[in-house]
Design a protein around this ligand. Structure first.
Ligand code: BES
Ligand code: MN
Ligand code: ZN
Length: 489
């Protein structure tokens, strides 16, 4: 991740490779947002060049032009913010900063002359800039010209304020967490299997105050974690339940976070078609978000006890795999008839939720790439949140401040009947229509009276389209910022 520092310097005198300013679409073509950022002659050069090249100022557009000595930076980059008038919303600022750092690769340093007049704007620009400066390099170095900048300077009159400095520190923690999730999601499933994920969790917590406990397959059988055992039994690489705890000295509250960690979802014997399997290395995005939220909570020393539960298994077909019609016993004793082995997420989460609630947290939140129905209902960029009224509303509010899109969804009681089994307490599938809500109703059976929310991030966790704003292709890291904002609230 690049370094990011605040500076009081005038944009014209900032020694960086590229100086970034924002432009909005307007009736006359484009408008420069902070127009005192540039010397007059460069300003008119910008407007005529933009007109000649047809730049509209649309969001995500980045145009580079030479400054020919008019300012210290040799290159000026215009980043579009769309049809906006000042003041820009924090999310528009995040996206503009991220669109710039994401696309201005192959340069050493970037100067941001974006609107950053108060601490909240500084925070938004810093966060967006760091979120955009991401490359996944596990299997291939970022080639010439593709590496993100190493140094970012953010111009603001608040550069000396301690609150602004703290906002930058927080942005760095948040971005590191989001990058950590993206790295885990992008890692090939041959490398990231349950035990490897548990090792990665141990490694990530080394040198922090986060405590890790790992239950292996024997401990899972002994502990009655029938969902994790059943889903994991088709794979040669056995399941794990990882508990990660941030426990501050005098916690104001305690929150449990439960993440779905299917390191690859083939569907099991109810096997997916080839197309449906392509993105299924991302089926552990919930667990990755939980791990990095706990790490970030510790790094920020939030006064909340946070217990993360990573429900890790690989869902594979084989001679030892669970069969459709098998009956399993979840932790806590509920029996489930597994009618479709591709509805595996709810089975591992049920064990995690029961274990989490045994410790009587004030609130429990689960996060999962749970259903294709989420994509049908809300598309690839809007996540769903279900649960008890207050927690659900708190998640929506947290997402709003964090700049993530989470939409409240109901848990209609009439759909519960479709989860009845002929032989067990529950079936693992029900009515097809409203499948996301049915999955939520299944999970609700395992939280008792604990205030709870369920986050379905099936689409938003993995970007199969093109990059936009601060969001890259592949793992997005969605959920971390909302969960952190929830803990902070
Ligand atoms: N991991 C999938 C859900 C998913 C689908 C995530 C597409 C991301 C993109 C989940 O385990 C699954 O297979 N769900 C089934 C449930 C069904 C069998 C009731 C689904 O949604 O089709
Ligand atoms: Mn599945
Ligand atoms: Zn799955």
């Amino acid at each position: 991740m690049p370094s990011l520092s605040l500076t009081l310097k005038h944009p014209a005198r900032l020694a960086v490779d590229v100086l970034v300013v924002a432009v909005a679409s307007s009736s006359s073509g484009i408008t420069l947002l902070d127009d005192d950022a540039l010397p007059k002659e460069l300003r008119s050069q910008v407007t005529s060049a933009a007109r000649a090249l047809g730049l509209t100022g649309e969001a995500d557009a980045v145009l580079r032009m030479p400054t020919s000595g008019a300012v210290s930076a040799p290159v000026l980059a215009l980043v579009g913010v769309g049809e906006q008038v000042a003041p820009l919303s924090h999310e528009v600022l995040r996206r503009a900063a991220g669109a710039a750092t994401r696309q201005l690769t192959g340069v050493g340093s970037i100067g941001l002359a974006l609107p950053a007049h108060d601490t909240a704007e500084v925070a938004a620009v810093a966060e967006g800039a760091l979120l955009g400066a991401y490359a996944f390099t596990r299997y291939r170095e970022a080639k010439d010209g593709a590496a993100p900048a190493e140094r970012i300077e953010l111009i603001t009159a608040r550069a000396r304020d301690n609150t602004a400095k703290r906002a930058v520190e927080r942005a760095a923690v948040v971005a590191a967490a989001v990058h950590g999730v993206r790295d885990l999601v992008n890692t090939a499933p041959i490398d990231l299997f349950p035990a490897a994920f548990a090792d990665a969790a141990r490694a990530a917590t080394r040198g922090t105050k986060v405590k890790v406990t790992v239950l292996d397959e024997k401990a899972l059988v002994a502990g009655g974690y029938g969902g994790l055992v059943a889903v994991g039994q088709g794979s040669s690489r056995p399941p794990r339940l990882v508990k990660v705890v941030w426990s501050p000295a005098r916690p104001s509250r305690s929150v449990a976070l439960v993440g779905k960690g299917i390191t690859f979802d083939s569907g099991g014997l109810s096997i997916k078609p080839a197309k449906g399997m392509e993105a299924m290395k991302s089926d552990m995005a919930g667990a990755a978000a939980v791990l990095h939220t706990v790490l970030a909570a510790a790094a920020l020393e939030l006064p909340v006890k946070v217990t993360g539960w990573l429900c890790l298994a690989e869902n594979m077909p084989s001679g030892t795999a669970q069969r459709p019609s098998d009956v399993i016993t979840q932790r806590g004793g509920t029996t489930v008839e597994v009618l479709n082995t591709d509805a595996e997420g709810r089975l591992v989460l049920a064990d995690g939720l029961v274990a989490a609630c045994e410790e009587k947290p004030d609130t429990v939140v689960d996060i999962a790439t749970l259903t294709g129905a989420q994509l049908v209902a809300l598309g690839a960029r809007v996540s769903a949140v279900m649960g008890t009224d207050e927690v659900r509303a708190a998640v929506v509010a947290a997402a709003d401040t964090a700049g993530e899109q989470f939409w409240p969804m109901p848990l209609p009681s009439e759909l519960r009947a479709s989860l009845k089994s002929q032989v067990a307490d529950l079936a693992n599938i029900g009515e097809r229509f409203g499948g996301m809500l049915v999955a939520g109703l299944f999970l609700r059976e395992f939280v008792g009276s604990t205030p709870w929310a369920h986050l379905d991030i099936a689409g938003p966790a993995f970007n199969e389209g093109s990059a936009h704003g601060y969001t890259p292709v592949g793992g997005t890291g969605v959920g971390v910022r909302t969960l952190l904002a929830l803990l902070e609230s």
